[in-house]
Design a protein around this ligand. Structure first.
Ligand SMILES: CC(C)(COP(=O)(O)OP(=O)(O)OC[C@H]1O[C@@H](n2cnc3c(N)ncnc32)[C@H](O)[C@@H]1OP(=O)(O)O)[C@@H](O)C(=O)NCCC(=O)NCCS
Length: 300
């Protein structure tokens, strides 16, 4: 007879096993064990982040997490993530994680929850009261045969993030994030928190991330996160006054070349369906769609 799954709070030492499950469910957004360890252990208190794992016969088979979105000024916004190893689905594990996480979010004052699902998880989410129409496209690229890197315009200098001051990067990141399509504006990003969660995260590879400087100002950038043989684009942005000049194409071209030279085989990225300019940049680089996830919301 099979035993029931045991759900418990995740601890730092689960990171390796969580990374393995995540890689099976989301081969296009793999995270390194170091990045997951950071996610489990480094969260601002305001997020009230709850990371859970489910084990069956001593083996880690699922992840679930929930927390408040502290990057927005809109009160009570929250996020839930659940993934169950394909061999352990339809056994109630996802539902148990969802119950625990929704209860936690209610207790910490969340009023609206956002989640993303694969199309085959839509029914599960709808049964939990989720609804919505947002689409997030994931695309991948083998790092061979990249298009020629565009010339660097006069007055622009390409630098690696090793050479960028965190305040300068924070300023650019917070400006461009305001324009990324989303349900709640990213308008309340505090420097110390950003430093802990983004800049000091082991997932950010500063030697491969590339910025375009105009004098002292970071005007375009792309962040590279790595997980063994693959990379993920954490964020690409160009500040409004410099858009439409090919700078996103330029920084991402340079970063993909650096990643290829560092032995990374493939790159992945995600774009909201409404993000025409970024999809145009990625199509030009040769990315091909590998998955579309559905962005859903429910009120508590
Ligand atoms: C997306 C973003 C990084 C693009 O930066 P950029 O420096 O202007 O990009 P580039 O000049 O290199 O290329 C822009 C491309 O978008 C195209 N484009 C511009 N507006 C468009 C629109 N509304 N729909 C479709 N394509 C559009 C341009 O024509 C150009 O492609 P082309 O040269 O093949 O014609 C910038 O708009 C931004 O910072 N947005 C906010 C942050 C964000 O959403 N980042 C992406 C997160 S996934």
């Amino acid at each position: 007879m099979r035993t029931r799954a045991v759900v418990r709070q995740a601890v730092a030492d689960d990171a390796e096993a969580v990374a393995a499950v995540r890689r099976v469910v989301y081969p296009y957004k793999a995270m390194s064990p170091a990045a997951l360890r950071h996610m489990i252990t480094v969260q601002s208190p305001g997020e009230r982040f709850l990371p859970l794992v489910a084990e069956r016969d001593g083996e880690l088979v699922a992840w679930g997490s929930a927390g408040l979105n502290v990057w927005t000024s809109e009160p009570g916004q929250s996020e839930v993530t659940i993934y169950v190893h394909p061999e352990y689905r339809k056994q109630g594990i996802g539902s148990e994680l969802a119950d625990r996480l929704h209860q936690h979010l209610t207790e910490v004052g969340a009023v609206r929850v956002r989640t993303f699902v694969h199309p085959d998880g839509l029914e599960f989410a709808r049964n939990l009261g989720y609804d919505g129409t947002r689409q997030m496209h994931y695309a991948g690229l083998e790092l061979t045969g990249l298009p020629e890197q565009p010339p660097t315009p006069e007055g622009i200098e390409l630098v690696s993030f090793d050479a960028v001051d965190p305040r300068t990067a924070y300023t650019a990141d917070t400006i461009v994030s305001l324009d990324e399509p989303s349900d709640s504006p990213l308008d309340a990003v505090e420097f110390d928190q950003w430093l802990d969660e983004i800049w000091n995260s082991p997932s950010m590879d500063k030697s491969l991330s590339v910025g375009a400087m105009a004098g002292d100002e970071l005007v375009a950038f792309t962040v590279v996160e790595t997980a063994v043989d693959r990379m993920w684009s954490g964020m690409t942005g160009t500040i409004p006054g410099y858009r439409g000049r090919g700078l996103a194409k330029l920084v991402k071209s340079a970063a993909l070349r650096r990643a290829a030279a560092a032995g990374i085989a493939s790159a992945y990225t995600s774009n909201d369906d409404e993000n025409g300019p970024m999809i145009a940049v990625n199509n030009w680089l040769g990315y091909r769609r590998v998955q579309t996830e559905l962005g859903l919301l429910r009120t508590l």
